[in-house]
Design a binder for this molecule. Sequence first.
Ligand code: ADP
Length: 306
Amino acid sequence: MVRVLFIGECMAELAPASTPGSHSLGFAGDTFNTAWYLAQLCSQADVSYFTAVGEDAISGQMLDMMSTSGIGTEHVQVIPGRSVGLYLITLNAGERSFSYWRGQSAARCLARDAAALGAAQSRADIIYFSGITLAILDRQDRATLLDGIGKARRAGKEVVFDPNLRPRLWDSPSDMTEAVMQAAAVSTMILPSFEDETSWFGDADPAATVGRYCQAGADTVVVKNGAADVHYRDSDAHGIIEVEPLSDVVDTTAAGDSFNAALLAGQMAGWSRKFSIETANRLARHVIQGKGALVQIDQSLIDRFA
Ligand code: ADP
């Protein structure tokens, strides 16, 4: 069993239901989505989530959902007086827009207890976090998190980081880019999306993104680019993998998150990077043909990883 620890925020999601004016409750969040897909895909992965929730009923429902999805909750901290973050999806002529209530979420306190973080990390083989994980923390907690992850990397753990640049969650773009490069310096594998990277780091092309993150210290960089080619480099190889563009996209939510999960599952299965990326493209393609972040996966795809 490979023990994978995901660190981040899972939120309650209210999405429009079939009866007009009503909503259905779900749970999602970038790192959580990747944990969910990895748990579905890969029976060799022991997946657990490091976050914080409240003591209320919705926090309990979230934990139940994690457990029934095969995601371990033993590292979830409970913060009295807080609750989970919430977002609401509104549909306007088919376009989705998002409203968030996450400023006071329990997950904002996830890195307050450095000992809890250290204990969880010491039991993991792979640690996974994102730019959103960093964005929800205050400066001091962010430093605690990065310090702990740096120690884990020096102890030989694999550290996987998706920069997921979300400027609205940060005080300024420079705070965001500075923290992301600090995170890159403690990561072994970085999984950015080119559209974000070119907007905020000014990379001229995906090769420039690969180069910048390799220079920061990563062994492996895989750059997603929507319907365009995926660029990658690791210690054995580098290359470009074609994506078969899909014209009738239903919902791009979790395209990158599901891609990352399949990439990790491929690595655990001992596949070549090229084959892992091709399979990750296939999973992401399936996910964007369904609604919402968590789309049921075809059994045939799951069987590939068995
Ligand atoms: P993110 O969700 O992080 O922004 P991207 O939009 O770059 O990620 O997409 C991640 C992956 O999803 C791509 O590498 C590709 O495999 C798949 N994908 C996204 N958009 C399309 C599309 N229009 N057609 C086919 N595949 C797509």
